[in-house]
Write a protein that binds this ligand. Structure first.
Ligand code: S3P
Length: 414
């Protein structure tokens, strides 16, 4: 089913988390406009409140009063949010005293050892469930800088170490196997910090003072990807997606779709608090299969479920590899997509680190298990609407993790 219309996606989730956290670490009052109002961001705001940070709503903005954070009196509940749990670990490691953190049924199954281990080398101490899972307790205090070569490209680990590095003695350097999203680096620079960047590593020296700034959060490319794929894969569609963050560490799905034959133009590009922003004009056409692998994976890691939908709608075979990280997201997204697509009749092969799908899949309606993962739910909704088939999702409420207005927005297309 082709679509026509214009949409502004919700504010970027990654940048919203960082605006509140980095605002809390800065001197003065940071103004955050257009922050995402979603369950994950509420988890971050509550975590900061537990540390004594005052965040007030003033008309269309949040005012974040940066101040010295205090040992929390309550257990911090990061809910479903991996970004809250991992970035806050970096902050908590630098706070004198004991803090405790937990999360929902999904988050307590996601690996935390990747942040705990390097933060322990910096001088923090952790007590966690066997294997390194929440709930956990952190003894924070004086930290020292380290050199940390990351095994997997993870912006959450990198960011946790940079935030801890701000509170450490000496220099903290993080090396990544391939570039992950760099919002923390851009925002720390915007707040006046000095970072040393090279192709695959970033260093920060401790003791730097951040100055409060104004931020206007741009639209989330991960949320924009849902209508973009719907329009790109359905001939006759024409949509405009406004005010999208176009940071190249996030927009890997655009060159992939272009390779598949999509017609997407970028217009009206500008800068907002160190992040590139612009509008996307998407014209529908037939798509072809492609291969998605290697260094481009971190730049589209959250978009793989919706790219799998694009692959199901495309002619020919699509191969996705090097994406093992998908197995430790809000759910095992490789398994969730394979199961759901097979349920609807698609030919899919599951790989340890990805999948192979033959398109165009001739699908019929059916019931889908979302595993309460927002991106799985939204992906199957788009597949159903693009094909005009009847798909029942077992949980629709989970979209509020990143895109509370998703169903209403998708309903505005003609
Ligand atoms: C995020 C980083 C990515 C991404 C997540 C948000 C962030 O996770 O999947 O949705 O805001 O830093 P990893 O750092 O685990 O790759």
């Amino acid at each position: 089913m082709a679509i026509h219309g214009e949409i502004t996606p919700p504010p970027d989730k990654s940048i919203s988390h960082r605006s509140f956290m980095i605002g809390a670490l800065a001197e003065g009052i940071t103004t955050v406009r257009n922050a995402l109002e979603s369950d994950d961001i509420l988890s971050t705001r509550r975590a900061l409140a537990a540390l004594g940070i005052e965040i007030h709503r003033d008309k269309d903005a949040y005012l974040v009063e940066g101040s010295r954070m205090k040992e929390p009196l309550q257990v911090i509940d990061a809910g479903n949010s991996g970004t809250t749990a991992r970035l806050m670990s970096g902050i908590l490691a630098g706070i004198e005293g004991i803090s405790a953190m937990t999360g929902d049924g999904s988050l307590v199954q996601r690996p935390m050892a990747r942040v705990m281990k390097p933060l322990e080398l910096m001088g923090a101490r952790f007590l966690a469930r066997r294997g390194g899972y929440l709930p956990m307790a952190i003894k924070g205090g004086r930290l020292r800088g380290i050199f940390h070569p990351m095994e997997v490209a993870s912006a959450q680990v990198k960011s946790a170490l940079l935030l801890a590095g701000l509170a450490a003695d000496g220099t903290t350097t993080v090396n990544e196997p391939s570039p992950s999203r760099d919002h923390t680096e851009r925002m720390l620079d915007h707040f006046g910090a000095t970072l040393n960047l090279s192709a695959k590593s970033v260093s920060i020296s401790g003791g730097q003072r951040l100055q409060a700034r104004d931020i206007c959060v741009p639209g989330d490319p991960s949320s924009a990807a849902f209508p973009v794929v719907w329009a790109a894969a359905t001939a006759g569609s024409e949509i405009i997606v406004r005010d999208v963050c176009l940071n190249p560490t996030r927009t890997g799905f655009l060159p992939v779709l272009a390779r598949m034959g999509a017609r997407i133009n970028v217009e009206n590009t500008r800068d907002s608090a160190g992040e590139p922003v612009g509008d996307l004009i998407v014209l529908g056409s037939g798509l072809q299969g492609t291969t998605i692998a290697g260094d481009e994976i971190p730049s589209l890691i959250d978009e793989i479920p919706i790219l799998v939908v694009a692959a199901a709608l495309a002619a020919g075979t699509t191969v996705i590899t090097d994406a093992k990280e998908l197995r430790v997201k809000e759910t095992d997204r490789i398994s969730a997509m394979v199961q759901g697509l097979r349920r609807l009749g698609a030919e899919v092969e599951e790989l340890e680190d990805g999948l192979i799908i033959k398109g165009p899949a001739r699908l019929s309606g059916g019931s889908i298990e979302t595993f309460s993962d927002h991106r799985i739910a939204m992906s199957f909704f788009i597949l159903a609407r693009a094909l005009g088939i009847d798909v029942r999702l077992d949980d629709v409420g989970c979209v509020s993790i990143s895109y509370p207005g998703f169903f209403a927005d998708m309903g505005t297309f003609r």
